[in-house]
Write a protein that binds this ligand. Structure first.
Ligand SMILES: NC(=O)c1ccc[n+]([C@@H]2O[C@H](COP(=O)([O-])OP(=O)(O)OC[C@H]3O[C@@H](n4cnc5c(N)ncnc54)[C@H](O)[C@@H]3O)[C@@H](O)[C@H]2O)c1
Length: 436
């Protein structure tokens, strides 16, 4: 069954088996969505522990409930490490990581290894969709030749699309179904099959003219965020020198009903997307002899934020007649954003390292991260401090790095000797609170 119309029908009839390759923050919600509308879903991942956990009906991501995985397991979801089973799938949706290497260049090894592992099991009638964030040209340059290596012809008997993921973990206002999905096909037939795949699961599918345009769309979205956060972080420093509260200013500006979008300053960029994705374009643009100056500049401003927070901490302790060296400092919130447990690229961790490097004694409290996890480049042998009145009062300073809803802000305000607030949580001026 390789005819395009027959493939489209199989998705419309919900008879297709959906293969999701990479069962992480992106892959799992997508799996749950296809499962919820009656598709059988095969999840493929190289991580045996994750696969076993998921097959036992357990979740390993805080905001994805185990009960949802358990329910999916009973209704047509299965996970496997066996790539041979890719041949059973009608769609193969790739949701694998795209980090930067230590030279801040794209690390395409996950995408390439995944495609190479799938290659022997590709067959006519399948659609392959890449969802990982990446530079324009990836689908054409890396996936297309590999998909065609065994003699299949993209657009004729196998279909290739790029459709970026727009997941916002922890945001209760949006779910997979309600976030419009951009999609580009390698050929018009690819696009048609790709639309048939996604329009079952997503309310609004936005076709664009090519895989490159779809790849660039995702980068524009994330670069737009990175640059605007860089701008407001710079404005924060200027406002602070002038004795103006930047949060008050952003809120006031946000009342303009057109032409302004509020972005809030913070301790720096975190997560797997905003600090990383812009540099995918920077790298690719060099091939075309173009410099991406806004990206570099906002990267510079944003990367300097943990040092800025540290300087405010040093000032605050100094005012109290204390040195950072030997002071006990509690960092509040080590996940990179509020109400999630994801610590990838978290600026809180950098702040902790800076405090430690200056001889401060650092501890943390985060209701979403009970024990400091093993990370590739950072390690602290710590677990989350309880936020009791006595405990908060025992520290020389607390640094509010991530403003989880679960924190008791009134208790912190009442008990902490010194608060360094990088999130604008405390608006009224108080002697023991320093905005950072
Ligand atoms: N997390 C987000 O909020 C988000 C949002 C939009 C886009 N993205 C993009 O989506 C992609 C995936 O991100 P994520 O956050 O889901 O990553 P993740 O690390 O949570 O999940 C990736 C999964 O892929 C698996 N994997 C790695 N190599 C593999 C291979 N060769 N074959 C099969 N599985 C493999 C890993 O074991 C892991 O389970 C990235 O490109 C990211 O930039 C992420």
């Amino acid at each position: 069954m390789t005819d395009k119309n027959a493939v489209v029908e199989k998705f419309k009839d919900r008879q297709a088996l959906i293969g999701i390759v990479g069962l992480g923050y992106v892959g799992l919600p997508l799996m749950l969505r296809y499962n919820a509308i009656g598709f059988n879903v095969l999840g493929i991942d190289i991580d045996r522990d994750k696969v076993e956990k998921l097959n036992r009906g357990e979740s390993y991501i805080e905001h994805i409930p185990g009960s949802s995985i358990g329910k999916a397991r009973k209704t047509g979801f299965e996970a496997t490490v066996d790539f041979r089973r890719a041949s059973e799938c009608d769609a193969l949706i790739l949701c694998v990581p795209t980090p930067l290497n230590k030279y801040r260049e794209p690390d395409m090894s996950f995408v390439i290894n995944t495609t190479d592992a799938l290659k022997p099991y590709l067959r006519a009638g399948q659609v392959v969709s890449l969802e990982s964030t990446t530079y324009p040209g990836t689908t054409e340059e890396e996936l297309l030749p590999r998909v065609q290596e065994g003699g299949l012809i993209v657009g004729e008997n196998i279909y290739l699309v790029y459709s970026p993921e727009r997941e916002d973990p922890g945001n209760p206002n949006f779910e997979t179904r309600t976030i419009p999905k951009v999609i580009g096909g390698h050929t018009p037939k690819c696009l048609e099959v790709g639309i048939a795949l996604y329009e079952q699961a997503i309310d609004q599918v936005i076709p664009v003219s090519s895989t490159k345009a779809a790849e660039m769309t995702k980068l524009l979205e994330n670069i737009h965020r990175a640059v605007n956060i860089g701008l407001v972080n710079e404005m924060k420093i200027v406002a602070d020198r002038m004795g103006i509260d930047i949060f008050e200013v952003v809120d006031a500006a946000a009342t303009k009903p057109f032409g302004f979008t509020p972005y809030y300053p913070g301790p720096g960029l975190g997560g797997h997307c905003i600090p990383i994705d812009p540099f995918y374009l920077t790298w690719k643009a060099r091939e075309y002899g173009v410099n991406t100056r806004f990206i570099e500049l906002s990267g510079e401003v944003n990367q300097a934020m943990p040092e800025y927070v540290l300087s405010k901490l040093v000032d605050g302790l100094n005012n109290a007649g204390k040195a950072l060296k030997g002071s006990r400092v509690l960092v509040l919130g080590i996940a990179y954003k509020k109400n999630v447990d994801d610590m990838r690229e978290s600026p809180s961790v950098e702040i902790m390292e800076l405090i430690q490097a200056k001889g401060g004694v650092v501890a943390y409290s985060d209701p979403h991260v009970p024990v400091f996890p093993r990370m590739r480049e950072h390690h602290f042998d710590l677990s989350s401090e309880p936020l009791t009145a006595d405990n908060v009062a025992s520290f020389d300073a607390v640094v509010l790095a991530t403003d989880h809803d679960k924190f008791d802000y009134a208790l912190i305000e009442a008990q902490a000797k010194l608060i360094i607030d990088s999130r604008g949580k405390y608006r009224a001026p108080m002697a023991h609170i320093i905005k950072a």
